[in-house]
Design a protein around this ligand. Sequence first.
Ligand SMILES: [Zn+2]
Length: 254
Amino acid sequence: MTLELYLWTGYIFIMGLFMGSFFNVVGIRVPEKISLLGRSKCPDCGHQLGVLELIPIIGYIFLRGRCKNCKSHISVKYPIMEFITGFLFAISFVFLHENMIEYILVIVFISLLVIVSVSDLYYQVVPDVVLLVFLPLLLGLRIASPVIVWYEGIIGAVIGFGFMFLMSIYGKIRFQKEALGGGDIKLYGLIGLVLGFNTIFISVLLAGVYGLLYFAILRPKNHYIPFVPFIALGSITAYFVGPYVNEWILNILV
Ligand SMILES: [Zn+2]
């Protein structure tokens, strides 16, 4: 890596932290139908955050995870989401900086995944309006980017949506309850659009593996486990390792 590339990567990481901070706001406010404008407040006492408190991660460390005014606990989810966004924006740049359209597609995709993960963590919903805003963006960029042929994306979207739809019907019959939400099904349509039909199943498989690992290691006692963060993580991993896995499978078969 050249010095210039290091500097750009560092700059993008910091910008990504600020974007992550904004995605926290979007993911929390959209399901509650609150305006995205206006500064963040402490949910407990309504104290409006100052400029220093708004700096991603640093603000959290500076406040030691507590509201400056009422000392109530601030969720560690905020700085974690900020860091993940910054990290993913930066690492994608390292891999994709020679193909700017694909890079923009991937950071738009990461943005979507962070926002819906936040909404799922706080309210157990995937807001339709977020999916509707991202659909034309991702579709346009998938068509414009030369990395995979555009119809691979379209077929991927149909397969992603269709497969999850069938799984939800199966789940309803088998377990007599809603196992997959409508939001998850629609989200997989968008994931298929970005990944293409070659990689969509690897993302489903990885989401399952991450989910199982989480259960096995942390043994959560909560009644509801938000699954969208695992879907998001599975999709991002599949985006980067999927093509290698496909090549590996082909080598074994041929
Ligand atoms: Zn407070």
